[in-house]
Design a protein around this ligand. Structure first.
Ligand code: SF4
Ligand code: SF4
Length: 370
Protein backbone atom coordinates (compact mmCIF):
# COMPACT_ATOMS: atom_id res chain seq x y z
CA UNK A 1 0.00 0.00 0.00
CA UNK A 2 1.34 3.43 -0.88
CA UNK A 3 2.33 5.84 1.90
CA UNK A 4 -0.17 8.45 2.96
CA UNK A 5 0.96 12.03 2.68
CA UNK A 6 -0.78 14.83 4.55
CA UNK A 7 -0.67 17.88 2.30
CA UNK A 8 0.20 20.98 4.28
CA UNK A 9 0.35 23.84 1.79
CA UNK A 10 2.57 26.76 2.75
CA UNK A 11 0.57 29.59 1.19
CA UNK A 12 3.03 32.20 2.42
CA UNK A 13 5.80 30.43 0.49
CA UNK A 14 3.61 30.26 -2.65
CA UNK A 15 3.10 34.01 -2.39
CA UNK A 16 6.83 34.47 -1.91
CA UNK A 17 7.57 32.40 -5.02
CA UNK A 18 5.02 34.17 -7.21
CA UNK A 19 6.42 37.50 -6.05
CA UNK A 20 9.99 36.55 -6.89
CA UNK A 21 9.88 35.52 -10.53
CA UNK A 22 7.42 32.59 -10.46
CA UNK A 23 4.30 34.63 -11.26
CA UNK A 24 3.41 32.17 -14.04
CA UNK A 25 3.37 29.20 -11.67
CA UNK A 26 -0.41 28.74 -11.54
CA UNK A 27 -0.72 28.36 -15.32
CA UNK A 28 0.73 24.84 -15.19
CA UNK A 29 -1.79 22.07 -15.92
CA UNK A 30 0.66 19.20 -15.44
CA UNK A 31 1.03 18.04 -19.05
CA UNK A 32 4.69 17.05 -18.38
CA UNK A 33 6.01 18.44 -21.68
CA UNK A 34 8.70 20.25 -19.67
CA UNK A 35 10.07 17.04 -18.15
CA UNK A 36 10.15 15.40 -21.58
CA UNK A 37 12.06 18.22 -23.28
CA UNK A 38 14.44 19.00 -20.40
CA UNK A 39 17.88 17.86 -21.59
CA UNK A 40 19.18 17.47 -18.03
CA UNK A 41 16.32 15.56 -16.46
CA UNK A 42 17.02 11.91 -15.55
CA UNK A 43 14.92 8.88 -16.48
CA UNK A 44 13.80 8.30 -12.92
CA UNK A 45 11.87 11.04 -11.07
CA UNK A 46 12.20 13.51 -13.98
CA UNK A 47 11.92 17.25 -13.39
CA UNK A 48 10.53 19.96 -13.55
CA UNK A 49 6.86 18.83 -13.77
CA UNK A 50 6.78 17.45 -10.24
CA UNK A 51 8.45 20.60 -8.90
CA UNK A 52 5.72 22.66 -10.57
CA UNK A 53 3.00 20.93 -8.59
CA UNK A 54 5.03 21.03 -5.37
CA UNK A 55 5.42 24.76 -5.89
CA UNK A 56 1.74 25.28 -6.76
CA UNK A 57 0.75 23.55 -3.52
CA UNK A 58 3.45 25.23 -1.47
CA UNK A 59 5.04 21.89 -0.52
CA UNK A 60 8.27 23.54 0.45
CA UNK A 61 9.54 20.54 2.39
CA UNK A 62 9.51 18.61 -0.92
CA UNK A 63 11.31 21.40 -2.74
CA UNK A 64 13.99 22.52 -0.31
CA UNK A 65 15.76 19.18 0.12
CA UNK A 66 15.25 18.26 -3.52
CA UNK A 67 18.55 18.09 -5.47
CA UNK A 68 16.66 18.32 -8.78
CA UNK A 69 16.03 22.04 -8.36
CA UNK A 70 19.81 22.46 -8.51
CA UNK A 71 20.43 19.96 -11.30
CA UNK A 72 18.45 22.40 -13.46
CA UNK A 73 20.91 24.77 -15.18
CA UNK A 74 18.18 27.21 -16.27
CA UNK A 75 18.61 26.64 -19.99
CA UNK A 76 14.85 27.21 -20.42
CA UNK A 77 14.13 24.54 -23.03
CA UNK A 78 11.16 23.67 -20.81
CA UNK A 79 9.85 27.25 -20.76
CA UNK A 80 10.04 27.49 -24.56
CA UNK A 81 7.98 24.33 -25.04
CA UNK A 82 5.50 24.74 -22.19
CA UNK A 83 2.06 24.99 -23.88
CA UNK A 84 0.71 27.14 -21.03
CA UNK A 85 3.52 29.67 -20.72
CA UNK A 86 4.06 28.57 -17.11
CA UNK A 87 7.82 29.20 -17.44
CA UNK A 88 9.06 26.25 -15.35
CA UNK A 89 12.65 27.48 -15.76
CA UNK A 90 11.74 30.69 -13.94
CA UNK A 91 9.80 28.79 -11.29
CA UNK A 92 12.82 26.62 -10.48
CA UNK A 93 14.97 29.76 -10.31
CA UNK A 94 12.51 31.22 -7.77
CA UNK A 95 12.59 27.99 -5.76
CA UNK A 96 16.40 28.12 -5.68
CA UNK A 97 16.16 31.71 -4.47
CA UNK A 98 13.82 30.49 -1.71
CA UNK A 99 16.43 27.86 -0.78
CA UNK A 100 19.11 30.52 -0.27
CA UNK A 101 16.86 32.10 2.36
CA UNK A 102 15.91 28.79 3.94
CA UNK A 103 19.50 27.63 4.40
CA UNK A 104 20.95 31.04 5.22
CA UNK A 105 22.96 31.31 8.40
CA UNK A 106 22.31 33.67 10.11
CA UNK A 107 18.72 33.71 8.85
CA UNK A 108 18.36 37.48 8.59
CA UNK A 109 21.16 37.58 6.01
CA UNK A 110 19.09 35.43 3.67
CA UNK A 111 16.14 37.80 4.02
CA UNK A 112 18.34 40.87 3.50
CA UNK A 113 19.92 39.48 0.32
CA UNK A 114 16.54 38.20 -0.91
CA UNK A 115 15.24 41.73 -1.45
CA UNK A 116 17.05 44.08 -3.84
CA UNK A 117 15.69 47.04 -1.86
CA UNK A 118 18.19 46.20 0.88
CA UNK A 119 21.18 46.84 -1.38
CA UNK A 120 21.99 50.25 0.21
CA UNK A 121 22.15 48.67 3.70
CA UNK A 122 24.28 45.80 2.42
CA UNK A 123 26.71 48.22 0.81
CA UNK A 124 26.71 50.44 3.90
CA UNK A 125 28.26 47.61 5.97
CA UNK A 126 31.63 47.46 4.15
CA UNK A 127 31.67 51.24 3.64
CA UNK A 128 31.26 51.91 7.37
CA UNK A 129 33.73 49.17 8.41
CA UNK A 130 36.40 50.46 6.02
CA UNK A 131 35.88 54.11 6.96
CA UNK A 132 36.24 53.20 10.64
CA UNK A 133 39.38 51.19 9.87
CA UNK A 134 40.94 53.98 7.82
CA UNK A 135 39.96 56.63 10.40
CA UNK A 136 41.49 54.57 13.20
CA UNK A 137 44.90 54.64 11.46
CA UNK A 138 44.58 58.25 10.25
CA UNK A 139 44.37 57.34 6.56
CA UNK A 140 41.20 59.16 5.57
CA UNK A 141 43.03 61.28 3.04
CA UNK A 142 44.61 61.00 -0.41
CA UNK A 143 48.30 60.10 0.10
CA UNK A 144 50.98 62.31 -1.50
CA UNK A 145 53.50 61.12 -4.12
CA UNK A 146 53.51 58.01 -6.29
CA UNK A 147 50.18 56.15 -6.26
CA UNK A 148 50.55 52.99 -4.18
CA UNK A 149 47.27 51.64 -2.82
CA UNK A 150 48.92 50.17 0.26
CA UNK A 151 49.89 53.72 1.32
CA UNK A 152 46.15 54.44 1.56
CA UNK A 153 44.87 51.07 2.83
CA UNK A 154 47.84 49.15 4.35
CA UNK A 155 47.95 45.54 3.23
CA UNK A 156 47.88 44.27 6.80
CA UNK A 157 44.39 45.78 7.22
CA UNK A 158 43.19 44.66 3.80
CA UNK A 159 44.32 41.09 4.56
CA UNK A 160 42.84 41.10 8.06
CA UNK A 161 39.50 42.43 6.81
CA UNK A 162 39.16 40.04 3.91
CA UNK A 163 40.41 36.98 5.79
CA UNK A 164 37.76 37.71 8.45
CA UNK A 165 35.09 38.21 5.77
CA UNK A 166 36.10 34.98 4.00
CA UNK A 167 35.95 33.05 7.29
CA UNK A 168 32.46 34.41 7.94
CA UNK A 169 31.32 33.41 4.43
CA UNK A 170 32.89 29.95 4.77
CA UNK A 171 31.21 29.31 8.12
CA UNK A 172 27.81 30.48 6.82
CA UNK A 173 28.18 28.44 3.64
CA UNK A 174 29.30 25.36 5.60
CA UNK A 175 26.27 25.46 7.90
CA UNK A 176 23.86 26.08 5.01
CA UNK A 177 25.27 23.27 2.91
CA UNK A 178 25.29 20.84 5.85
CA UNK A 179 21.59 21.50 6.50
CA UNK A 180 20.86 21.10 2.78
CA UNK A 181 22.67 17.74 2.75
CA UNK A 182 20.65 16.58 5.77
CA UNK A 183 17.39 17.57 4.03
CA UNK A 184 18.41 15.72 0.86
CA UNK A 185 19.14 12.66 3.01
CA UNK A 186 15.70 12.88 4.63
CA UNK A 187 13.90 12.97 1.31
CA UNK A 188 15.95 10.27 -0.38
CA UNK A 189 15.42 7.23 1.84
CA UNK A 190 14.57 5.12 -1.20
CA UNK A 191 17.77 5.83 -3.05
CA UNK A 192 20.67 3.41 -2.90
CA UNK A 193 24.25 4.77 -2.88
CA UNK A 194 25.69 3.78 -6.25
CA UNK A 195 28.99 5.64 -6.32
CA UNK A 196 31.51 6.36 -3.58
CA UNK A 197 31.63 9.88 -2.22
CA UNK A 198 35.12 10.58 -3.56
CA UNK A 199 34.39 9.40 -7.14
CA UNK A 200 31.16 11.47 -6.99
CA UNK A 201 33.18 14.57 -6.08
CA UNK A 202 35.70 13.93 -8.87
CA UNK A 203 32.97 13.32 -11.44
CA UNK A 204 31.14 16.51 -10.36
CA UNK A 205 34.34 18.59 -10.50
CA UNK A 206 35.04 17.27 -14.02
CA UNK A 207 31.54 18.28 -15.15
CA UNK A 208 31.79 21.73 -13.57
CA UNK A 209 35.22 22.56 -14.99
CA UNK A 210 34.14 21.35 -18.43
CA UNK A 211 30.69 22.97 -18.12
CA UNK A 212 29.35 19.76 -19.70
CA UNK A 213 25.75 20.27 -18.58
CA UNK A 214 25.50 23.65 -20.30
CA UNK A 215 26.46 21.98 -23.59
CA UNK A 216 23.20 19.99 -23.47
CA UNK A 217 21.02 23.12 -23.46
CA UNK A 218 19.03 23.71 -26.63
CA UNK A 219 17.33 27.13 -26.53
CA UNK A 220 20.04 28.97 -24.73
CA UNK A 221 23.23 27.51 -26.18
CA UNK A 222 25.00 30.86 -25.83
CA UNK A 223 24.73 30.50 -22.08
CA UNK A 224 27.60 28.00 -22.23
CA UNK A 225 30.15 30.61 -23.34
CA UNK A 226 28.82 33.31 -21.02
CA UNK A 227 28.79 31.10 -17.93
CA UNK A 228 32.16 29.55 -18.79
CA UNK A 229 33.82 32.98 -19.04
CA UNK A 230 32.25 34.18 -15.79
CA UNK A 231 33.27 30.95 -14.04
CA UNK A 232 36.89 31.00 -15.22
CA UNK A 233 37.08 34.77 -14.67
CA UNK A 234 36.26 34.23 -10.99
CA UNK A 235 38.58 31.22 -10.73
CA UNK A 236 41.44 33.28 -12.22
CA UNK A 237 40.81 36.22 -9.88
CA UNK A 238 40.64 33.89 -6.89
CA UNK A 239 43.99 32.32 -7.83
CA UNK A 240 45.53 35.75 -8.49
CA UNK A 241 44.41 37.14 -5.13
CA UNK A 242 45.82 34.20 -3.23
CA UNK A 243 49.16 34.24 -5.07
CA UNK A 244 49.50 37.98 -4.40
CA UNK A 245 48.78 37.31 -0.72
CA UNK A 246 51.62 34.77 -0.58
CA UNK A 247 54.00 36.96 -2.62
CA UNK A 248 53.45 40.03 -0.47
CA UNK A 249 52.95 38.56 3.00
CA UNK A 250 55.42 35.68 2.91
CA UNK A 251 57.93 36.50 0.19
CA UNK A 252 57.85 40.27 0.84
CA UNK A 253 57.56 41.14 -2.87
CA UNK A 254 56.97 44.86 -3.51
CA UNK A 255 53.62 46.00 -4.96
CA UNK A 256 52.30 47.09 -7.38
CA UNK A 257 53.50 44.25 -9.58
CA UNK A 258 54.69 45.17 -13.06
CA UNK A 259 52.16 44.83 -15.89
CA UNK A 260 54.20 42.00 -17.42
CA UNK A 261 54.44 40.01 -14.18
CA UNK A 262 52.73 36.61 -14.81
CA UNK A 263 50.42 37.11 -11.81
CA UNK A 264 49.41 40.55 -13.07
CA UNK A 265 48.73 39.09 -16.51
CA UNK A 266 46.61 36.33 -14.96
CA UNK A 267 44.63 38.93 -12.98
CA UNK A 268 44.02 41.15 -16.01
CA UNK A 269 43.10 38.27 -18.33
CA UNK A 270 40.69 36.92 -15.69
CA UNK A 271 39.13 40.38 -15.29
CA UNK A 272 38.64 40.66 -19.06
CA UNK A 273 37.10 37.15 -19.16
CA UNK A 274 34.72 38.12 -16.35
CA UNK A 275 33.75 41.36 -18.08
CA UNK A 276 33.05 39.66 -21.42
CA UNK A 277 31.22 36.80 -19.69
CA UNK A 278 28.91 39.01 -17.63
CA UNK A 279 28.22 41.20 -20.69
CA UNK A 280 27.19 38.06 -22.61
CA UNK A 281 24.97 37.07 -19.66
CA UNK A 282 23.13 40.40 -19.98
CA UNK A 283 22.84 40.12 -23.78
CA UNK A 284 21.49 36.56 -23.49
CA UNK A 285 18.94 37.63 -20.93
CA UNK A 286 17.77 40.49 -23.12
CA UNK A 287 17.62 38.23 -26.17
CA UNK A 288 15.53 35.63 -24.33
CA UNK A 289 13.37 37.99 -22.30
CA UNK A 290 10.15 36.42 -23.64
CA UNK A 291 11.19 32.98 -22.40
CA UNK A 292 12.79 33.92 -19.09
CA UNK A 293 12.42 36.92 -16.83
CA UNK A 294 15.24 38.71 -15.05
CA UNK A 295 14.33 39.86 -11.55
CA UNK A 296 15.83 42.70 -9.54
CA UNK A 297 17.59 39.94 -7.57
CA UNK A 298 19.40 38.85 -10.75
CA UNK A 299 20.18 42.42 -11.81
CA UNK A 300 21.67 43.23 -8.40
CA UNK A 301 24.29 40.50 -8.69
CA UNK A 302 24.99 41.33 -12.34
CA UNK A 303 25.45 44.99 -11.34
CA UNK A 304 27.83 44.08 -8.50
CA UNK A 305 29.95 41.90 -10.81
CA UNK A 306 30.18 44.79 -13.27
CA UNK A 307 31.10 47.11 -10.38
CA UNK A 308 33.81 44.68 -9.26
CA UNK A 309 35.48 44.32 -12.63
CA UNK A 310 35.08 47.93 -13.86
CA UNK A 311 36.41 49.47 -10.64
CA UNK A 312 39.28 46.96 -10.70
CA UNK A 313 40.37 48.11 -14.15
CA UNK A 314 39.67 51.80 -13.49
CA UNK A 315 41.75 51.69 -10.31
CA UNK A 316 44.63 50.20 -12.29
CA UNK A 317 44.30 52.67 -15.19
CA UNK A 318 44.00 55.78 -12.99
CA UNK A 319 46.99 54.55 -10.95
CA UNK A 320 49.07 54.13 -14.11
CA UNK A 321 47.92 57.57 -15.32
CA UNK A 322 48.90 59.09 -11.95
CA UNK A 323 45.41 60.53 -11.19
CA UNK A 324 45.51 60.13 -7.42
CA UNK A 325 42.22 61.90 -6.59
CA UNK A 326 40.40 59.28 -8.74
CA UNK A 327 42.60 56.22 -8.20
CA UNK A 328 42.22 56.01 -4.39
CA UNK A 329 38.42 56.52 -4.22
CA UNK A 330 37.93 54.02 -7.07
CA UNK A 331 40.12 51.54 -5.21
CA UNK A 332 37.93 52.07 -2.14
CA UNK A 333 34.78 51.33 -4.18
CA UNK A 334 36.50 48.27 -5.65
CA UNK A 335 37.12 46.92 -2.13
CA UNK A 336 33.43 47.50 -1.30
CA UNK A 337 32.48 45.39 -4.34
CA UNK A 338 34.97 42.65 -3.34
CA UNK A 339 33.49 42.64 0.16
CA UNK A 340 29.97 42.30 -1.27
CA UNK A 341 30.89 39.38 -3.52
CA UNK A 342 32.76 37.43 -0.80
CA UNK A 343 30.75 38.17 2.34
CA UNK A 344 27.32 37.72 0.75
CA UNK A 345 28.19 34.77 -1.52
CA UNK A 346 26.25 32.13 0.47
CA UNK A 347 23.03 34.20 0.26
CA UNK A 348 23.29 35.74 -3.20
CA UNK A 349 22.77 34.00 -6.51
CA UNK A 350 26.49 33.19 -6.50
CA UNK A 351 25.63 30.68 -3.76
CA UNK A 352 24.46 28.36 -6.56
CA UNK A 353 28.12 27.49 -6.87
CA UNK A 354 27.87 25.76 -3.48
CA UNK A 355 24.37 24.30 -3.56
CA UNK A 356 24.49 23.07 -7.16
CA UNK A 357 27.88 21.43 -6.58
CA UNK A 358 26.63 19.67 -3.45
CA UNK A 359 23.41 18.60 -5.20
CA UNK A 360 25.39 17.20 -8.13
CA UNK A 361 27.69 15.27 -5.79
CA UNK A 362 24.72 13.99 -3.82
CA UNK A 363 22.85 12.90 -6.94
CA UNK A 364 25.75 10.81 -8.13
CA UNK A 365 26.51 9.46 -4.67
CA UNK A 366 22.89 8.48 -3.95
CA UNK A 367 22.27 6.90 -7.33
CA UNK A 368 19.75 9.60 -8.09
CA UNK A 369 21.38 10.60 -11.37
CA UNK A 370 20.97 8.23 -14.30
S1 SF4 B 1 5.08 23.66 -16.67
FE1 SF4 B 1 4.12 23.70 -18.68
S2 SF4 B 1 5.02 21.96 -19.74
FE2 SF4 B 1 5.42 21.64 -17.57
S3 SF4 B 1 3.72 20.40 -16.84
FE3 SF4 B 1 3.17 22.53 -16.49
S4 SF4 B 1 2.00 23.12 -18.28
FE4 SF4 B 1 3.09 21.25 -18.84
S1 SF4 C 1 15.43 25.25 -17.32
FE1 SF4 C 1 16.48 23.73 -18.61
S2 SF4 C 1 17.51 22.40 -17.15
FE2 SF4 C 1 15.99 23.57 -16.02
S3 SF4 C 1 14.20 22.26 -15.97
FE3 SF4 C 1 13.97 23.63 -17.72
S4 SF4 C 1 14.81 22.51 -19.45
FE4 SF4 C 1 15.51 21.49 -17.60
Amino acid sequence: MSDRYMVEPDLKAVKELTGSGAGTLKKCFQCATCSVVCPLSGDTRPFPRKEMIYAQWGLMDRLAGNPDIWLCHQCNDCSLHCPRGAKPGDVLAAVRRYSFTKYAFPKFMGKLLGDAKNLPYLLAVPIIIMIILLASIGHLNIPEGEIVFSKFFPLFYVDALFIAVSMFALLSAGIGVLNFWKDMNKSSNLWVPSMGLFPSIISTATEIFGHNKFKDCGVNKDRYNAHLLVFYGFVGLFITTNIVLVLVDFLHVETPLSLIHPVKILGNVSGIALFIGITLVVLNRLKNKDITSTTSYDWTLIGMIFALVITGFLAELTRLAGIAFLAYPIYFIHLVAVFYIIAYLPYSKLGHLLYRTVAMVYSKYSGREH
